[in-house]
Design a protein around this ligand. Structure first.
Ligand SMILES: *Cc1c(COP(=O)(O)O)cnc(C)c1O
Length: 424
């Protein structure tokens, strides 16, 4: 697989290099040189998740990983299902939260850990990543205890749910976590600065695990096929998929799935009040505002770093950005729709329900809708219980960690301090 840097087409890398480097020169994102459609999509849709995913990834990545390697990597990474739950006539929830940290990021995080292990050759690697909540947990658990890998995770202090924090800041070992006085965008900016620091990069073997890493996107492509595979056959070509979006990695993966030949009619972008993209699609002006905290905090991103990939894909495929549906929802609207969906018999959480609500506003009767449920309701226990007036049982993965002490360091949003910490 060859990839190029979107900001500088002369920088070309292999899949292995892209996985190890994360970002290209000038903080440019890597993008596949060609996305060749799959030969037999209908046949693939008949296969089970792991077998189908190996075939998709082999087609995409090519010779850099053998069939045998991929078999092992994918069956280790995708060790849990992604069921499509029927919510009402012509409306389905793709449940991506059945992994160890109860969010869709387990797919990408676990596959990335497999890729880095396969490519490491025993060198020491430091994974540095910023999280708005769920990436941190997925990455921490995916890499916990792996040899030669140190993980450092930055998150905005006080802006992620207490349970989210418990899930990844209590591990210790090769997992170090830092609570930054600032927003997620501040954390992301510090990470980007570190990647521009060649001396630091060399000294600690710096690597990123956030949604800019191509291996995570590659893994996420696979569950879009899994969603369509579970639809009744006659409905497959009418699927409209609504994606609750923050950094837009999930949407990028869905669009690549479509470019690979997956029959998806169109995609719908759903955001919270951090609505840079919906405003851009409506008015054609890129005008990020300050990030505001919301109930759906994993989407509290106003400068989504995967957006250039979305634009690049539309450009190379000759698609029209106007074909994207879009809308943003406030916290009040999120509360109302969570109650409505619960009354209809489906328990959701603040991220997935925004996708459901925006889907309903963007779909016609002859279409079939799928909305992505990106996290388990219990992961947002406090707000879900408060809004729905119910008691939620904690799944075991969370219950086991709820009483452990937090091990995070504290830091101002200052790159010099981070640099010291990493070298120290
Ligand atoms: C990360 C996350 C999102 C946003 O996904 P992106 O790929 O960053 O757009 C949505 N919901 C949940 C629960 C998440 O953890």
């Amino acid at each position: 697989m060859k990839l190029y840097n979107i900001k500088d087409h002369s920088e070309q890398v292999s899949f292995e290099q892209a996985v190890k480097q994360g970002l290209g020169r000038g903080q440019g994102l890597f993008f596949p040189e060609v996305i060749e459609p799959l030969a037999d999509v209908d046949g693939l849709l008949e296969k089970p998740l792991v077998e189908r995913s190996v075939a998709i990834l082999k087609h995409l990545i090519g010779d850099e990983l053998s069939q045998e390697q991929l078999d092992k990597m994918v069956s280790t990474a995708f060790s849990f299902p992604a069921p499509l739950a029927k919510v009402s006539d012509n409306c389905y929830a793709l449940e991506l939260f059945h992994g160890p940290t109860l969010a869709f990021k387990d797919f990408g995080g676990r596959f990335m850990a497999q890729c880095l292990t396969a490519f490491s050759n025993g060198e020491k690697i430091t994974i540095l990543t910023a999280t708005s909540g769920d990436t941190g947990a997925a990455v921490a658990h995916a890499f916990f205890g792996l040899p030669n890998i140190e993980v450092v995770i930055l998150y905005p202090e006080g802006k992620i749910s207490p349970l989210q924090e418990k899930l990844f800041c209590t591990l210790g070992g090769n997992i170090r976590t830092i609570a930054v006085k600032g927003t997620f965008d501040d954390c992301q900016a510090m990470v980007k600065q570190a990647f521009d620091d060649e001396e630091l990069k060399k000294a600690i073997g710096l690597n990123s695990a956030n949604s800019i890493n191509i291996s995570r996107l590659a893994a996420q492509i696979c569950y879009y096929f899994e969603a369509v595979a579970q639809l009744p056959k006659e409905k497959r070509s009418e699927a409209v998929i609504s994606v609750p979006s923050g950094n837009f990695g999930n949407l990028t993966a869905g669009l690549i799935a479509k470019a690979l030949g997956l029959p998806v009619k169109r995609f719908v972008v759903a955001t919270n009040a951090n609505d840079t993209v919906p405003r851009y699609l409506a008015e054609g002006i890129w005008d990020p505002k300050d990030t505001v905290p919301t109930l759906s905090n994993a989407m509290d991103v106003s400068r989504p770093n995967n957006w250039p990939r979305v634009e690049e894909l539309f450009k190379v495929k000759g698609w029209d950005l106007k074909s994207l549906g879009y809308a943003a929802r406030s916290d009040d609207e999120t509360r109302e729709s969570l109650k409505k969906l619960y009354a209809d018999g489906y328990l959701c959480e603040p991220h997935g329900v925004i996708a459901w609500d925006v889907l309903n506003a963007n779909i016609s009767e002859d279409e079939v809708g799928i909305f992505l449920c990106t996290a388990h309701p219990a992961k947002f226990k406090e707000s879900v219980e408060d809004i729905l007036k119910i008691d939620l049982e904690l799944p075991k993965a969370l219950a086991d960690r709820a009483d452990l002490p937090l091990l995070s360091a504290f830091m101002p949003a200052d790159f010099a301090k981070l640099r010291e910490f990493l070298l120290g």
